[in-house]
Design a binder for this molecule. Sequence first.
Ligand code: NAD
Length: 484
Amino acid sequence: MFKLSDPRLLHQYAYIDGKWTYGDEGREAPVDDPATGETLGHIPWLEDAQIRAAVDSAERAFVHWRALRADERCERLLAWFDQLQENREDLAVIMTREQGKSLADSRGEVQYGASFIRWFAEQGKRIIGDTIPSPIPNATLGTIKEPVGISVLITPWNFPLAMITRKAGAAMAAGCPVIVKPAGETPFTALALAELAERAGIPAGVFNVVLGDSARISEILCAEERVKALSFTGSTRVGKLLLKQCANTVKRVSLELGGNAPFIVGPDMDPREAAFAAVNAKFQTSGQDCLAADRIIVHESIHDEFVAQFAERMAALRVGNGMDSETELGPLINERAVEKASQIVDDAISKGATLVAGDQSKAPGPNFFMPVLLSGVTRDMQVWHEETFAPVAGVVSYRDDDEAIELANDTEYGLASYIYTHDIRRIWKLMRGIEYGMVAVNSVKMTGAPVPFGGIKQSGLGREGGIPGIEEYLDTKYYCLGGL
Ligand code: NAD
């Protein structure tokens, strides 16, 4: 394992019912540092009975957790938030070691992830039902909001902390116990969150972390009648599978899936300003971000200058081990991701794209992929229609706004989108014309705890964050009090 100022944050056990739990059969899996290949530690491979024990524990905890007053739950969650603040540097180091992202990005993620706990802690005190004017004589009508019940949270490796807190903060504030299944690549962040939940006085069974065979775990948990909600962030492929698995028990399902974000640049823009923004929107977390600006759609009148400026800014990005303070872009998560990125670039070049910049001979290690800029991208290329999840940017040019809208919508995804123009009529036309759950205009940053984050089309179901985020974990009970 590696050094932290508080080594007790590093666990190589699952966390069930407030206990650190090893696999019954002693099976385990390694967790590697993607920058160096070093094995950081091991995680247990839980057996079926242990997964079911997590449900038993959540079932017991639900009785007490839902019975607490909202302000009592708020206090516990705020204590958890404080724990994250106190241990933020260690959390950032854990994330950089297991995920690879730069320390600056990890520090940012700790703050971003913690903000969901605080926001939902407070929002839990504002879960308010309705009174309804009655069409029924002598009756009083209304609604009560109740926690949906045990919630399973399955999260990806690209944001190991925030994808958990965005779900768990909302679920726990609503009164639901959670069973977290983090990605096998980044379990240590999830386990550190469990340690901090325990220190914050979150009762046993309210926050559980299970580890092992993802497919088997989801099969068991999706078949469980007692699990009432599933929230998943990850690929569209796995999301569809889980949706099917949840059909038999008709669970509440919330899905945050893949994206293929367009970044539209209007003819009125300064090409340098737009190119710098596009570089920021594309290369966060080395392009392994569902918000990454994958398809950069630039007006033909400024296309060439935009490409030149983009290449210049991209060349200045520092690629390296996330633990080095200079690093801006860390490694990709594994060699498979590097192979996929190379294959996407080769496919584009073989179909006529121009490789403007990106020299892989400079990669500092086997899991690294130097940023690539492709121009002349066409719709038959993988880089156009697939989520690359790598630092590969593709640029196309367009003639008028209708063509920009048509290009932007030419995808099965509908998560995030970006528009850069100062022309108010064009902003409105593009914003209304493109089919996305989120639109950022003249801004790269668009997320935050109060924001309803989510997609349409095959990018998902439901919203996380903001007021809709907590609704995902609440049932509405309607009552009609007659004979009054
Ligand atoms: P993934 O779908 O492979 O894995 C996500 C989670 O599902 C992990 O915990 C993994 O262990 C688990 N999993 C994998 N196979 C499974 C199976 N057969 N049954 C049950 N669980 C299984 O995705 P990933 O590679 O970890 O993450 C990248 C994807 O996540 C990208 O498509 C990205 O766009 C998406 N993502 C979306 C958002 C969002 O908010 N919309 C945020 C981050 C990432």
